[in-house]
Design a protein around this ligand. Sequence first.
Ligand code: ADP
Ligand code: MG
Length: 264
Amino acid sequence: MMFEKNRIITIANQKGGVGKTTTAINLATALAAIGERVLVVDLDPQGNASTGLGIDRRSRKLSSYDLLVGTNSVAEVAVPTAVPNLDIVASTMDLLGFEMEVANAANRVFFLRNALQADDARSYSYILVDCPPSFNLLTMNAMAAAHSVLVPLQCEFFALEGLSQLLDTVNQIRGTVNPTLDIQGIVLTMFDSRNNLAQQVVNDVRTHLGEKVYHTLIPRNVRVSEAPSYGKPAILYDLKCAGSQAYLQLASEVIQRERLRKAA
Ligand code: ADP
Ligand code: MG
C-alpha cells in the first residue's frame, strides 16, 4: 500500500465490557482534537458508539448497514459529530440482519473492505471501527478491512487468556483474508491503582507483549463512564478528568508510533 493515505484501525476484543466503545469514542475525539480527520464506523448493533457521540436513535437514517451492503457510500452515510474533524457512521438494528443476509455470499467477509476502499474514505486520516463483542461476521469484516487491530484489555485476572484467543484470530485472518493485518497496539483500560491484582496484570501483559502495549494506562474514572449518558465524549464532558487526559496521551502515542512506522 504505497499510497496509503488513511489508517483503518479495528477496535476489537471478543469480550464485552472491556472498553472497546469507550476507546473508540475517546481515542477518535482525541485524535480529532490533535488535528487529524477522523471517522468512527459503529459496527455494533447495540450502537453505543453512536449514542456516546450524540447521535440519537431517531435521527439515524443511513447507517453502517447501508455502507456494508453497498447501497450507500462513505460520504452519504457519514454524519458530523459535535467534535470538529470527527464524523461517524452510526449503527442501527439493521446490522442484526447482515450476517444472515450475506451468509451465502462468497465475498461475505469483504463488504466493509470494499466500502472503505472508495475514494471518499481517503479524506480521513484515521478510521476507527468499533466492533461487537464476538468473533462474528461483522468483526471479521472489520478485521478484513483494517490495516491493524487495536485491542483494549481490561486489567483483570482473565485478560491474558482472552488476549491469546484474540491473537490467534488475528493470525487466522492474516493467513486467509488479510495477510498484512497488523497489531496496532494493546491498551490497558479501567486501571485501578488501588487494586494490587490490576498492577500484576499490567506487569504480566507487559512481560508477554512488550512493545505492543501502550505506555498510557487508561484509569478507571467515573467521569468517563458518565459522559455517554450526555451523548458526549469524555473529552468534551470533562477535559480535565484523568480519563480524558489519558485518552489524549494515548492519541499522541498512536500518532507518534504511526510516524515511526511510516519512517521505517
Ligand atoms: P465494550 O465496548 O468493550 O463492551 P465499553 O467501552 O462499553 O466496553 O465499556 C463498558 C462499561 O465500562 C461502560 O459502562 C463504560 O462506560 C465503562 N467504562 C469504560 N472505560 C471506563 C473507564 N476508563 N472508567 C470508568 N468506566 C469505564
Ligand atoms: Mg462496545
